[in-house]
Design a protein around this ligand. Structure first.
Ligand code: NAP
Length: 310
């Protein structure tokens, strides 16, 4: 979704203060380091993906660098949906920089080729339109990804139902694809104010503005609820208005339905998504984030640890 100017400009920082210290979430060890899952079977998976391409099936599979030839990657692989988006691309870049392998799910392979450097053996690009159903997505995700990050958002156009198709059904499809693949880690980039009606923010201009576009926030809330019921270990990240400029200020993290204004750099959102994969404190949580110049710099264990599981 393109950044709505109103959301960007109107989301001046405000948050309620919470000082709870909660017990740690269920442990979820997820580091990019080598694991026993890097097996010959995994190598075979790459080969089967190559054959999908050769048969010219509907799923187009492109290996950016010769990972199949190089043998199985020892890195943990993360599938990123919406990888050519403004936030998605930053998530891909940061995952690679942190030592993960990435399978970038994109709608447009040509766009992806110019967006990403071709010489990173840890990056693979696959075609994945989230509106095309969970079976196709499961095929695109393959059986070598251990977590999925969803950074999709509808692109404004003539289709009034696009937000519903992408931000609700599309995300639900991704969750179902994870179920089919037995993937038990899901990170969703959602938005503050998704539950604005319940927060008494129904007259908040950003809430009205975004819902005028095909009930975008309601669509996202529906998808969130699906994830929360799925049993999959989730972290739902709800950022304030997204900025393209470099990180400024420190990250403020609050529980769900708390923040209703404020903004944050997409770099910082990507950082939170990657850190969520690394820190078990992020498991089964909904976090709202903005950045604020006068906020203290806190380690991610502490930020995630301060949010209660519900
Ligand atoms: N903008 C804000 O201020 C704001 C605030 C809070 C939360 N958010 C949310 O944060 C997320 C990221 O926002 P952003 O502005 O960085 O995103 P963005 O640049 O608009 O990127 C959206 C991504 O979704 C992809 N996409 C759209 N329809 C798809 C489909 N049917 N199948 C697969 N992928 C599809 C797009 O693919 P293409 O690259 O091929 O177009 C693109 O990669 C979104 O969910 C957004 O709603 C935004």
């Amino acid at each position: 979704m393109a950044t709505p100017l109103l959301l960007r400009s109107s989301l001046l920082l405000h948050h309620r203060h919470h000082h709870h210290q909660f017990p740690l979430a269920k442990p979820y060890p997820f580091s990019p380091s080598p694991s026993s899952s890097s097996s010959p079977a995994r190598k075979a998976r790459f080969l089967s993906l190559s054959s999908i391409k050769m048969q010219g099936s509907e799923i187009t599979e492109e290996t950016v660098a010769g990972e199949a030839e190089a043998g199985a990657s020892p890195k943990k692989k993360v599938f990123v949906a919406g990888a050519t988006g403004s936030t998605g691309k930053k998530i891909v870049d940061q995952l690679l920089a942190r030592g993960f392998a990435v399978k970038a799910g994109v709608r447009d392979l040509e766009k992806a080729k110019s967006a990403f450097s071709r010489d990173d053996p840890s990056l693979q690009i696959v075609k994945a339109d989230v509106t095309e159903g969970s079976d196709k997505l499961a095929e695109a995700i393959g059986d070598d990804s251990e977590a999925v990050v969803c950074a999709t958002g509808f692109r404004p156009g003539w289709d009034l139902f696009a937000p519903w198709k992408v931000d609700n059904f599309g995300t639900v499809n991704l969750v179902e694809a994870c179920r089919k693949r037995g993937i038990n880690r899901f990170i969703l980039i959602s938005s503050i104010l998704v539950n604005g009606a319940a927060m008494g923010q129904i007259l908040n201009p950003a809430y009205i503005f975004l819902n005028v576009f095909g009930l975008t926030l309601v669509a996202k809330l529906q998808a969130e609820q699906h994830i929360r019921k799925s049993g999959i270990n989730y972290t739902i990240i709800r950022p304030g208005g997204l900025r393209n400029d470099p990180p400024s200020g420190n990250i403020v993290m609050e529980p769900e339905d708390t923040l209703y204004e404020g903004s944050i750099s997409r770099d910082q959102v990507a950082q939170v998504a990657v850190e969520a994969l690394i820190h078990p404190e992020a498991s089964y949580k909904v976090v709202e984030i903005v950045a604020r110049a006068d906020a203290p710099k806190r380690p991610f264990e502490e930020l995630f640890g301060s949010i209660k599981q519900r």
